[in-house]
Design a protein around this ligand. Structure first.
Ligand code: BV8
Length: 255
């Protein structure tokens, strides 16, 4: 990692009036959750997420898609936030205005204590019915049954409350995220390959309106480019950034 970029980012953090952060699956990698770039395993080993995370895939084989989400929900329930999540939660009290936008559906930012999380793609811990989006209480979900439960209101099948490919993003969350991209002075992109839109385009909006875009990723080939690039794992870099910016002991985030 270029230490100059770390020092430059630390200075910008000190001066920032409005920091926007966009996270992707990479920030949860050190918690033990596979990213979307990682090949799928088990029953779904021969599929790509783009093949399963669609309304059409669910209609073709609801039990197969439902079980993929039950499997992922179980994984998300058995892992904990890592130091990267904890540092972002800690940041909320240090920056005059912080907007946290995530593509992740795992709920780990909330589990780390981040007070406000804009979930662009929903949350895997919530279910709703396929036809009308009626919320379906978690008590109705029997994780040992391969069949998704039926909606008590309309009888249609339960599906995860996430945004599938080809579905529009929730209007409120997308509006808030675009508004933050338009007003932030610093836009930090953490752990995303930047291939899914409209989330990936937020950093372009921020840059075009004068924000500095900084990227944290072990892969220099990730699609989102910033004027600052910190190469490495966010679970290590974010605590180092707190140390560089405010002299905080990085072990504060190792919970
Ligand atoms: C939309 C929830 C309007 C579900 C997700 C054709 C028809 C229809 C639409 C399209 C089309 N062509 C393109 C589109 C648009 C489409 C899209 O972008 N497709 C892509 C594949 C080209 N987008 C949509 O469909 C969106 N809706 O556009 O509506 C519309 C409607 C109809 C028709 C046209 C337009 C909806 C997209 C939302 C999909 N749902 N998730 C679920 O979870 O099952 S997307 C899902 O994948 C994630 O939420 C995330 O957004 C994305 C994965 O990206 P990442 O998070 O970046 O993860 P990835 O594994 O890729 O990368 C991890 C990164 O971390 C890597 O760079 C790695 O190096 C790094 N890393 C690894 N370890 C670490 C690390 N970084 C830091 N530290 C570490 N330790």
């Amino acid at each position: 990692m270029n230490s100059n970029d770390l020092q430059t980012l630390a200075q910008l953090l000190k001066e920032s009036r409005h920091l926007a952060i966009l996270t992707g699956a990479g920030i949860s990698a050190e918690s033990g959750l596979p990213t979307f770039r990682d090949p799928l395993t088990g029953l779904w080993a021969n599929f790509r997420p783009e093949d399963l995370a669609t309304p059409e895939a669910f209609q073709r084989n609801p039990e197969f898609v439902w079980q993929w989400y039950v499997d992922r929900r179980k994984m998300a329930n058995h892992v904990r936030p890592n130091p990267g999540h904890h540092m972002i939660a800690w940041l909320a009290d240090r920056i005059p205005k912080l907007t946290l936008i995530t593509q992740n559906v795992d709920g780990l930012h909330q589990a780390a204590g981040s007070p406000e999380v804009i979930e662009l793609h929903g949350n895997i811990h919530r279910s709703k019915c396929f036809l009308y989006g009626h919320p379906i209480e978690v008590e109705l979900v029997d994780e040992n049954s391969i069949k998704p439960p039926e909606c008590p209101e309309c009888g249609s099948l339960a599906r995860p409350d996430v945004v599938w490919f080809g579905e529009t993003l929730p209007e409120k969350e997308l509006t808030e995220a675009v508004s933050a991209a338009c007003s932030a002075d610093l836009f930090l992109v953490i752990g995303t390959s930047g291939v899914v839109n409209p989330a990936a385009s937020l950093s372009l909006t921020a840059r075009n309106l004068g924000a500095t875009v900084a990227v944290i990723n072990p892969d220099p080939g990730a699609a989102i480019r910033g004027s600052l690039f910190l190469k490495g794992n966010s679970g290590k870099i974010l605590p180092e950034l707190a140390a560089e910016t405010w002299g905080i002991d990085p072990s504060l985030f190792m919970k």
